[in-house]
Design a protein around this ligand. Structure first.
Ligand SMILES: [Zn+2]
Length: 723
């Protein structure tokens, strides 16, 4: 395994090598040619160990170039390119699991270039006690190091775990697109003129892969259980909670496609029931049903307010659903990871650990394996004591394994930027969304289920664990209309536990009269299905409070035929369409009350907006739709998340600006359209996140400007002081 970029170790005796002035000139000339030819990517190949310095005159005509290793000891000994994690091994730090710098780079995401500079190189015109440098690339001003000058040190003293053992440069994400050639130059600050030496420069061409933004459908949870009333977190809380996820994920950002506020009155302290526990499973089922009824592949992220009592579980996810508390960024990183088919990393005894998770060198099981880097804070994460966020150990960051795996999954997944892409279940027709709990004894409890016309969410590859459980939909004469194998989509569910919950999508037929559940080929339970759908009567939408855009929806449902004798409760899903029924999204699911207050401010507008109630008597379902109403369209709002209003920073200190904008009609503004300005310093950068240490001393009004989705601009501003 090579070390750094040079691939050559400096032996102490070689450092004593003496060359005459003329020999040195010739060697410099040849080395220059080597370096030029090798650019932009490949470093010079290591030469075999020679017995003695060959005579150049003998070698050059034959075209063979053999150098003693010392000659490759150029001052820039390695360049680590990291956006969160990277392979690199230097002085025993790094896993050596894969070749240096082979974690791919992502377009639009801040890049840190960590430049490893050695003082023990014969190519220094003046041996340095300190080093500084710059990065140049076309079309943008040169970058100064975040931390230079730093103390000079021989290669053997460089510790990758220490941020000031390298010169660090931040390339803004907005500049990381396509292929970019970066020219790096270092010099001894006592001799700035040395920067002209070609031996103090390296040039690298880096290619950035385009990865779609992850599409997030926010579900903000208003808690009404256990006699409590805890307000839902805000949309900004959701964005803030996902900041940590954005740092550790191979993406340039999120697209918030929608945001709902829902009531939940379950009890999260109730354990048992497999998976995350009965209470959490109930919440999971509600979000899974909302997603199923929304005809989208977006990840449904449920956010709980602090203070909701729990058994100790702090998150749950799988099957395109991820739930955590406000502020639980690293929990959401794991739960969204599950939504993209990622299994647990092996630490802390999680369920279903990923058998392919690598053993990184001598680092502990579940370690992040490589040194992580937070591009915003400059914090380094040591694999000796940091664990992958897919594990149950902490503290956490991301491993190359999870990072690359997520990059592939997000690029391939329909839950990214391709809502219209055909999935495996892309046929539009009637589907049964069947949720049930199977006890070890074979008994089945039906959970809120329904059937609906549309296209179900696409299945994420590798997300479901196959089982020996199945269900057959049977017709009036017991004939099998549809045979279906069930799989576990919640990775926290133990397939061998006393109870297992299933969430299945099965093509539906109105001929179905019963469902036979079988395990290992034996029928263990049969469920009767009502022959007739409920009778559903929906009242017109009533505006209850104009100022806050609240509307009330009420309906009545009656059981028909033999079903009238059963005591089972109906459950309801409420859906909304802003385009006359072309597309639908769920506003609530698993309701047992026959009314709902809807916040119209959170909904996209249109001339033909419809509300629909989906009423299920267990399996058999009826729908009713309101007359079209007109609901106004909303422009985007611009929001600055950081820094806080009135913040104060020392001159040269890094100031992180975070912001963006959203509207239910125009979704999230693209990162390229987020413009940051200072009243003192003019344009500062582009993107959801811009970090600068270049603000001049004084008071600044920092302004964020985005297109509002119509013809206008939306703006936000705050004041900060640089002292
Ligand atoms: Zn998990």
């Amino acid at each position: 395994m090579t070390e750094g970029d040079s691939g050559v170790r400096l032996e102490p005796d070689e450092a004593e090598l003496e060359l005459t002035g003329r020999e040195l000139e010739q060697v410099r000339h040849l080395l220059m040619r080597e370096l030029e030819e090798a650019l932009p990517e490949a470093p010079p190949a290591p030469a075999p160990e020679p017995a003695a310095v060959p005579t150049l005159e003998e070698i050059e005509p034959r075209g063979i170039i053999r150098f003693p290793p010392i000659l490759f000891a150029v001052p820039i000994t390695a360049i680590e390119r990291t956006q969160a994690t990277q392979y690199l091994r230097i002085n025993g730090k790094g896993s050596g699991y894969a070749a240096d710098n082979t974690v791919p780079l992502v377009a639009g995401k801040d890049l840190i270039l960590r430049v490893y500079v050695r003082s023990d190189s014969i190519w220094w015109p003046h041996t340095p006690s300190a080093v500084t440098g710059r990065v140049s690339y076309a079309g943008h001003p040169d970058l100064a190091p975040l931390n230079g000058p730093i103390a000079a040190m021989p290669r053997s003293a460089i510790d990758r775990n220490l941020v000031n053992h390298t010169l660090n440069f931040r390339v803004p994400g907005a500049h990381c697109n396509g292929t970019v050639t970066f020219n790096l130059t270092v010099w001894n600050p006592a001799y700035p003129g040395d920067a002209a030496s070609a031996f103090l420069s390296r040039s690298i061409g880096l290619t950035f892969d385009s990865v779609p933004r992850v599409r997030i459908h926010g579900v903000l949870i208003h808690y009404t259980g256990k006699g409590m009333n805890i307000a839902a977190p805000s949309g900004l809380d959701l964005v803030n909670t996902l900041v940590w996820v954005g740092r550790t994920y191979p993406i340039r950002g999120f697209n918030y496609t929608a945001c709902e506020v829902v009531d939940f009155n379950g009890d999260l302290t109730v354990g048992g029931g497999g998976g995350c526990g009965t209470g959490w499973n109930q919440l999971f089922n509600m979000l899974w049903n909302m997603r199923a009824a929304s005809g989208t592949d977006d990840v449904f992220v449920g956010l709980l307010p602090p203070g909701v009592p729990t058994s100790g579980v702090i998150g749950c996810g799988g099957g395109g659903v991820a739930i955590a508390y406000k502020g639980g960024g690293s929990v959401l990183a794991q739960e969204i990871g599950h939504a993209f088919g990622r299994a647990h990393a092996p630490c802390g005894n999680p369920g279903g650990p990923d058998p392919n998770y690598p053993t990184y060198d001598s680092y502990p099981s579940g370690s992040i394996g490589e040194f992580g880097f937070d591009s915003a804070s400059g914090q380094i994460f040591d694999p000796a004591g940091t664990y992958d966020f897919m594990s149950y150990c902490g503290p956490v960051w991301t491993s190359p394994y999870t990072y690359i795996g997520l990059k592939n999954a997000i690029a391939a997944s329909p839950a990214s930027a391709h809502p219209e892409r055909a999935g495996g279940r892309d046929i539009e027709r009637e589907y049964l969304y069947l949720n049930y709990r199977l006890h070890r004894g074979g008994q089945v409890d039906l959970l809120p289920s329904f059937h609906l016309h549309g296209r179900p969410p696409a299945e994420v590859e590798g997300a479901g664990r196959p089982t020996n459980v199945g269900c057959d939909l049977l017709g009036p004469n017991g004939e099998v209309l549809e045979s279906h194998s069930c799989s576990i989509i919640n990775p926290h569910m133990d397939p061998d536990g006393p109870v297992v919950e299933f969430h299945e999508v099965i093509p539906w037929s109105d001929e179905v009269r019963s469902i036979a559940f079988h395990r290992g080929g034996e029928v263990c339970h049969t469920l009767k299905v009502d022959a007739r759908a409920p009778e559903l009567a929906l009242q017109p939408v009533k505006l209850v409070e104009r100022e806050h855009g609240l509307a009330r929806l009420e309906w009545g449902a009656k059981k028909k035929g033999a079903a009238a004798k059963t005591s089972e409760e109906y459950t309801y899903v409420v859906r909304y369409s802003h385009d006359g029924g072309t597309s639908w999204r769920a506003l609530a699911a698993d309701l047992t009350e026959s009314k709902l207050v809807v916040n119209l401010e959170l909904l996209p507008g249109g001339d033909e907006c419809l509300f629909q109630v989906v009423a299920s008597s267990g399996i058999r379902t009826a729908t009713a739709t309101t007359e079209p109403v007109q609901i106004p369209r909303k422009p985007r709002n611009a929001v600055i998340l950081a820094p806080p209003e009135g913040a104060s920073f020392a001159e040269g200190e890094a100031v992180e600006m975070l912001g963006g904008g959203f509207s239910p009609d125009f979704e999230t503004v693209d990162s390229e359209d987020v413009l940051w300005m200072s009243s003192r310093d003019g344009q500062l950068g582009v993107g959801y996140q811009v970090v600068t240490n270049q603000l001049t001393r004084g008071r600044h009004r920092l302004m964020l400007s985005i297109p509002d989705g119509g013809d206008g601009e939306a703006k936000a501003s705050i004041e900060v002081t640089i002292r």
